[in-house]
Design a protein. Structure first.
Ligand code: G3P
Length: 219
């Protein structure tokens, strides 16, 4: 499974990308607004930090407007992946951009039928929103499971990758991997929490204490 980081905070991205464990970045208008910075500056900086796909979302809702914005966003860097809402116009724009060789991420996916259309439109990624379905009393992960199972039925024709989004905790990451999601986009705090375990800390403290008693050094 690949890991994208779900933030527009350049400082956070720089710190996490230095680990070599970040395969890409997803942003959305809310995350960009949270930075209080100009969109194009933020995206250019992120694209320079992370060689993998950087999702940049259009704000237009009509086909022509989406295409205009997509082309402008794609000029920022070669690794921009244009994020489009899963609407009829979004699908049309996706189809056109795919034909032009521009990477796309179809976002706000809440039903497997939408994911089928995203694949048909040639989307590079489809983003099922797990946490937001949990928020309204559904089991969001069921959506990821269904999309992965459906896509597996068409290995010859469906190339769209399942990008589990709206990830809120470690359980979501693990369950998305079990379902076969190709990518999870995770908030920085969740990515950091993935390595933490009290028994790891306790075990390490014990090993270090015993090692010190030997009086030896490795280098
Ligand atoms: O990038 C889209 C997505 O991950 C949003 O997450 O937590 O706002 O539902 P959230």
């Amino acid at each position: 499974m690949q890991f994208f980081v779900d933030t527009a905070d350049v400082g956070e991205i720089a710190e996490l990308a230095a680990s070599g464990l970040v395969d890409g970045v997803t942003t959305n208008p809310t995350l960009v607004a949270r930075t209080g910075r100009p969109l194009f500056d933020v995206l250019a900086e992120i694209c320079a930090l992370v060689p993998g796909p950087v999702s940049a979302e259009v704000a237009a809702t009509d086909f022509d407007g989406m295409l205009r914005e997509a082309h402008r966003l794609a000029e920022i860097a070669g690794n921009i992946c244009v994020k489009l809402p899963l609407t009829w116009d979004g699908l049309k724009a996706c189809r056109r951009l795919s034909a032009e060789g521009i990477a796309t991420n179809l976002t706000l996916c809440f039903h497997p039928a939408q994911a089928l259309l995203a694949a048909r439109a040639g989307a590079t990624f489809v983003s099922p929103f797990v946490g937001r379905l949990d928020d309204i009393g559904h089991r969001g992960m069921e959506l990821v499971e269904q999309i992965c199972a459906i896509y597996r039925n068409y290995p010859e024709t469906i190339r769209t990758r399942v990008l589990a989004a709206s990830i809120r905790n470690l359980g979501h990451v693990v369950e998305a991997a079990r379902a076969g999601a190709h990518v999870a986009t995770v908030p920085p705090a969740v990515l950091r929490a993935m390595v933490q375990h009290p028994l790891t800390d306790k075990g390490l403290a014990g090993f270090l204490a015993d090692w010190q008693k030997t009086g030896q050094r490795i280098v």
